[in-house]
Ligand binder design. Structure first.
Ligand SMILES: [Mg+2]
Length: 272
Protein backbone atom coordinates (compact mmCIF):
# COMPACT_ATOMS: atom_id res chain seq x y z
CA UNK A 1 0.00 0.00 0.00
CA UNK A 2 1.67 3.20 -1.19
CA UNK A 3 0.61 6.51 0.36
CA UNK A 4 3.52 8.79 -0.54
CA UNK A 5 6.36 8.96 -3.04
CA UNK A 6 9.95 9.99 -2.35
CA UNK A 7 12.22 10.73 -5.30
CA UNK A 8 15.96 10.82 -5.62
CA UNK A 9 16.99 13.89 -7.64
CA UNK A 10 20.32 13.45 -9.46
CA UNK A 11 19.98 10.86 -12.23
CA UNK A 12 16.28 10.28 -11.42
CA UNK A 13 14.45 13.63 -11.79
CA UNK A 14 17.26 15.49 -13.54
CA UNK A 15 20.60 14.78 -15.14
CA UNK A 16 22.83 17.80 -14.50
CA UNK A 17 20.70 20.66 -15.88
CA UNK A 18 18.30 18.58 -17.97
CA UNK A 19 14.97 17.29 -16.74
CA UNK A 20 14.49 13.54 -17.18
CA UNK A 21 11.81 12.58 -19.69
CA UNK A 22 8.50 11.97 -17.90
CA UNK A 23 9.41 13.81 -14.68
CA UNK A 24 7.19 16.86 -15.23
CA UNK A 25 4.17 14.71 -16.18
CA UNK A 26 4.76 12.41 -13.19
CA UNK A 27 4.85 15.25 -10.67
CA UNK A 28 1.78 16.83 -12.31
CA UNK A 29 -0.05 13.49 -11.94
CA UNK A 30 0.82 13.36 -8.23
CA UNK A 31 -0.38 16.92 -7.71
CA UNK A 32 -3.66 16.42 -9.57
CA UNK A 33 -4.34 13.16 -7.67
CA UNK A 34 -3.43 14.67 -4.29
CA UNK A 35 -0.63 12.16 -3.69
CA UNK A 36 2.03 13.50 -1.27
CA UNK A 37 5.64 13.47 -2.45
CA UNK A 38 9.08 14.68 -1.45
CA UNK A 39 12.66 14.57 -2.68
CA UNK A 40 15.61 12.98 -0.93
CA UNK A 41 19.10 13.70 -2.23
CA UNK A 42 22.56 12.96 -0.89
CA UNK A 43 23.96 16.26 -2.08
CA UNK A 44 26.00 18.28 0.40
CA UNK A 45 26.96 21.06 -2.00
CA UNK A 46 23.49 22.54 -2.54
CA UNK A 47 20.83 23.68 -0.07
CA UNK A 48 17.11 22.78 -0.29
CA UNK A 49 16.49 26.41 -1.27
CA UNK A 50 18.81 26.17 -4.28
CA UNK A 51 17.39 22.77 -5.29
CA UNK A 52 13.84 24.10 -5.03
CA UNK A 53 14.63 26.95 -7.42
CA UNK A 54 16.42 24.57 -9.80
CA UNK A 55 13.35 22.29 -9.79
CA UNK A 56 11.09 25.25 -10.51
CA UNK A 57 13.30 26.34 -13.42
CA UNK A 58 13.04 22.82 -14.84
CA UNK A 59 9.24 22.77 -14.54
CA UNK A 60 8.86 20.71 -11.36
CA UNK A 61 6.90 21.85 -8.32
CA UNK A 62 9.20 21.20 -5.35
CA UNK A 63 8.89 23.50 -2.36
CA UNK A 64 11.84 23.90 -0.05
CA UNK A 65 10.11 21.90 2.70
CA UNK A 66 9.63 18.98 0.28
CA UNK A 67 13.37 18.67 -0.28
CA UNK A 68 15.57 16.71 2.12
CA UNK A 69 19.32 16.46 1.72
CA UNK A 70 21.88 14.36 3.58
CA UNK A 71 22.57 17.57 5.52
CA UNK A 72 18.92 17.72 6.72
CA UNK A 73 19.54 14.33 8.38
CA UNK A 74 22.82 15.59 9.89
CA UNK A 75 21.21 18.80 11.25
CA UNK A 76 18.60 16.75 13.13
CA UNK A 77 21.35 14.61 14.66
CA UNK A 78 23.27 17.72 15.76
CA UNK A 79 20.09 19.11 17.39
CA UNK A 80 19.76 15.94 19.49
CA UNK A 81 23.24 15.99 21.05
CA UNK A 82 24.90 18.30 23.55
CA UNK A 83 27.32 20.33 21.40
CA UNK A 84 28.54 22.80 24.07
CA UNK A 85 32.03 21.37 24.29
CA UNK A 86 32.20 19.75 20.86
CA UNK A 87 34.21 20.88 17.85
CA UNK A 88 33.11 19.84 14.35
CA UNK A 89 35.94 19.65 11.82
CA UNK A 90 34.34 19.75 8.39
CA UNK A 91 35.43 19.04 4.82
CA UNK A 92 33.16 19.41 1.81
CA UNK A 93 33.07 20.92 -1.62
CA UNK A 94 33.32 24.73 -1.77
CA UNK A 95 32.79 24.92 2.02
CA UNK A 96 28.99 24.61 1.54
CA UNK A 97 28.73 21.81 4.12
CA UNK A 98 30.89 23.78 6.56
CA UNK A 99 28.66 26.85 6.18
CA UNK A 100 25.50 24.80 6.75
CA UNK A 101 26.96 23.21 9.90
CA UNK A 102 28.32 26.52 11.23
CA UNK A 103 24.83 28.02 10.68
CA UNK A 104 23.40 25.61 13.30
CA UNK A 105 25.40 27.58 15.91
CA UNK A 106 27.89 24.83 16.87
CA UNK A 107 31.68 25.29 17.03
CA UNK A 108 33.02 24.30 13.63
CA UNK A 109 36.23 24.66 11.65
CA UNK A 110 36.71 24.25 7.92
CA UNK A 111 39.38 21.62 7.26
CA UNK A 112 39.83 22.91 3.72
CA UNK A 113 40.87 26.45 4.66
CA UNK A 114 42.49 25.93 8.08
CA UNK A 115 46.19 25.35 8.59
CA UNK A 116 47.35 22.05 10.14
CA UNK A 117 48.95 23.62 13.24
CA UNK A 118 45.94 25.90 13.83
CA UNK A 119 43.63 22.88 13.63
CA UNK A 120 45.70 20.80 16.06
CA UNK A 121 45.91 23.69 18.54
CA UNK A 122 42.21 24.59 18.31
CA UNK A 123 41.02 21.01 18.72
CA UNK A 124 42.85 20.76 22.10
CA UNK A 125 40.29 23.17 23.63
CA UNK A 126 37.29 20.86 23.21
CA UNK A 127 36.44 17.72 25.09
CA UNK A 128 34.94 16.14 21.97
CA UNK A 129 36.05 16.46 18.34
CA UNK A 130 33.91 15.13 15.51
CA UNK A 131 35.26 14.98 11.96
CA UNK A 132 32.63 15.32 9.23
CA UNK A 133 33.43 14.62 5.58
CA UNK A 134 31.41 14.63 2.38
CA UNK A 135 32.12 14.64 -1.32
CA UNK A 136 34.86 17.07 -2.23
CA UNK A 137 36.46 17.04 -5.67
CA UNK A 138 39.42 18.96 -4.27
CA UNK A 139 40.16 16.44 -1.51
CA UNK A 140 43.88 15.67 -1.52
CA UNK A 141 46.95 14.48 0.36
CA UNK A 142 46.97 17.86 2.17
CA UNK A 143 43.56 17.12 3.70
CA UNK A 144 44.65 13.66 4.78
CA UNK A 145 47.81 14.99 6.34
CA UNK A 146 45.85 17.60 8.36
CA UNK A 147 43.47 14.87 9.53
CA UNK A 148 46.50 12.75 10.46
CA UNK A 149 47.71 15.60 12.70
CA UNK A 150 44.50 15.52 14.78
CA UNK A 151 43.84 11.76 14.67
CA UNK A 152 44.53 11.36 18.42
CA UNK A 153 42.02 14.03 19.43
CA UNK A 154 39.18 12.73 17.24
CA UNK A 155 36.28 11.01 19.00
CA UNK A 156 33.91 10.33 16.11
CA UNK A 157 33.90 10.31 12.34
CA UNK A 158 30.68 11.20 10.49
CA UNK A 159 30.08 11.02 6.73
CA UNK A 160 27.36 12.95 4.92
CA UNK A 161 26.21 11.43 1.62
CA UNK A 162 28.53 8.43 1.29
CA UNK A 163 27.75 7.65 -2.35
CA UNK A 164 29.90 5.44 -4.52
CA UNK A 165 29.02 7.24 -7.76
CA UNK A 166 27.17 10.29 -8.99
CA UNK A 167 26.00 11.55 -12.33
CA UNK A 168 23.82 10.09 -14.99
CA UNK A 169 23.91 6.61 -16.46
CA UNK A 170 26.73 6.19 -18.94
CA UNK A 171 28.89 8.89 -17.36
CA UNK A 172 29.00 8.03 -13.71
CA UNK A 173 31.82 9.54 -11.68
CA UNK A 174 33.38 8.47 -8.41
CA UNK A 175 31.68 10.12 -5.41
CA UNK A 176 32.46 10.32 -1.68
CA UNK A 177 33.18 6.73 -0.67
CA UNK A 178 36.88 6.81 -1.62
CA UNK A 179 37.37 9.81 0.68
CA UNK A 180 35.62 7.91 3.48
CA UNK A 181 37.87 4.87 2.94
CA UNK A 182 41.03 7.03 2.98
CA UNK A 183 40.00 8.85 6.17
CA UNK A 184 38.98 5.65 7.98
CA UNK A 185 42.43 4.28 7.21
CA UNK A 186 44.07 7.31 8.83
CA UNK A 187 41.84 7.82 11.89
CA UNK A 188 41.13 4.17 12.80
CA UNK A 189 37.44 5.00 13.37
CA UNK A 190 34.44 3.60 11.51
CA UNK A 191 32.23 6.26 10.00
CA UNK A 192 28.67 7.04 11.04
CA UNK A 193 26.59 7.61 7.87
CA UNK A 194 24.12 10.46 7.25
CA UNK A 195 21.87 10.48 4.19
CA UNK A 196 21.20 7.47 2.00
CA UNK A 197 21.74 4.48 2.34
CA UNK A 198 21.06 5.05 6.05
CA UNK A 199 17.39 4.09 6.50
CA UNK A 200 16.95 6.77 9.17
CA UNK A 201 16.94 9.46 6.49
CA UNK A 202 13.89 7.85 4.78
CA UNK A 203 12.09 7.66 8.15
CA UNK A 204 12.60 11.41 8.63
CA UNK A 205 10.99 12.12 5.23
CA UNK A 206 8.11 9.68 5.91
CA UNK A 207 7.40 11.41 9.20
CA UNK A 208 7.29 14.83 7.53
CA UNK A 209 4.87 13.46 4.93
CA UNK A 210 2.67 12.07 7.73
CA UNK A 211 2.85 8.45 6.56
CA UNK A 212 4.42 5.25 7.88
CA UNK A 213 7.78 4.40 6.33
CA UNK A 214 6.38 1.14 4.91
CA UNK A 215 3.81 3.23 2.99
CA UNK A 216 6.56 5.14 1.16
CA UNK A 217 7.69 4.29 -2.37
CA UNK A 218 11.26 5.51 -2.88
CA UNK A 219 12.09 6.02 -6.56
CA UNK A 220 15.76 6.22 -7.51
CA UNK A 221 18.52 5.23 -9.91
CA UNK A 222 21.09 3.94 -7.42
CA UNK A 223 20.93 0.39 -6.10
CA UNK A 224 23.43 1.21 -3.36
CA UNK A 225 22.04 4.57 -2.13
CA UNK A 226 18.33 4.65 -3.03
CA UNK A 227 17.26 1.03 -2.96
CA UNK A 228 19.67 0.43 -0.06
CA UNK A 229 18.10 3.26 1.97
CA UNK A 230 14.55 2.06 1.23
CA UNK A 231 15.45 -1.49 2.14
CA UNK A 232 17.20 -0.40 5.37
CA UNK A 233 14.16 1.69 6.33
CA UNK A 234 11.54 -0.94 5.42
CA UNK A 235 10.08 1.25 2.64
CA UNK A 236 8.98 0.11 -0.81
CA UNK A 237 11.29 0.98 -3.67
CA UNK A 238 11.42 1.42 -7.41
CA UNK A 239 14.71 1.24 -9.28
CA UNK A 240 14.85 3.23 -12.51
CA UNK A 241 17.42 1.41 -14.63
CA UNK A 242 17.87 0.68 -18.30
CA UNK A 243 19.96 -2.36 -17.32
CA UNK A 244 17.38 -5.15 -17.27
CA UNK A 245 19.80 -7.73 -15.86
CA UNK A 246 20.73 -5.65 -12.79
CA UNK A 247 20.62 -7.46 -9.44
CA UNK A 248 18.38 -5.50 -7.13
CA UNK A 249 16.54 -5.55 -3.84
CA UNK A 250 13.95 -3.11 -5.26
CA UNK A 251 10.23 -3.86 -5.02
CA UNK A 252 9.77 -2.67 -8.62
CA UNK A 253 12.16 -2.10 -11.50
CA UNK A 254 11.31 0.17 -14.46
CA UNK A 255 13.45 1.11 -17.43
CA UNK A 256 12.43 4.78 -17.40
CA UNK A 257 10.70 7.31 -15.18
CA UNK A 258 7.56 7.54 -17.33
CA UNK A 259 6.81 3.91 -16.36
CA UNK A 260 6.55 4.84 -12.68
CA UNK A 261 3.15 6.51 -13.12
CA UNK A 262 1.37 3.22 -13.70
CA UNK A 263 2.82 1.61 -10.58
CA UNK A 264 1.75 4.60 -8.53
CA UNK A 265 -1.75 4.80 -9.95
CA UNK A 266 -2.23 1.03 -9.48
CA UNK A 267 -0.89 0.78 -5.95
CA UNK A 268 -1.46 4.14 -4.37
CA UNK A 269 -4.09 4.76 -1.73
CA UNK A 270 -5.23 8.34 -1.78
CA UNK A 271 -5.30 10.00 1.58
CA UNK A 272 -7.32 13.05 0.65
MG1 LIG B 1 20.68 9.39 -8.17
Amino acid sequence: MIKAIVFDLDGTIWEENNIVHGAVELINQLNSNGIPYAFLTNTTSHTPRYLSSKAKALGIQAYEDQIFTAVSHLELAIEKIDTDDTLFVVTGEDSVLFQQIAATGVSAIDLDTSKGEQLAEFSQHFSKVILISSFNRNFSYKHISKIFSIRNTLNEYWVVGNDRCYGAKGKKLIAASWITAAIEEVVSLNHKPFGKPNGETVKIVAESLGVKVEEVLLVGDSEYSDIGAASNAGALSCLVSSNSSIETKATYVVESLDKVVQIILDKVVQII
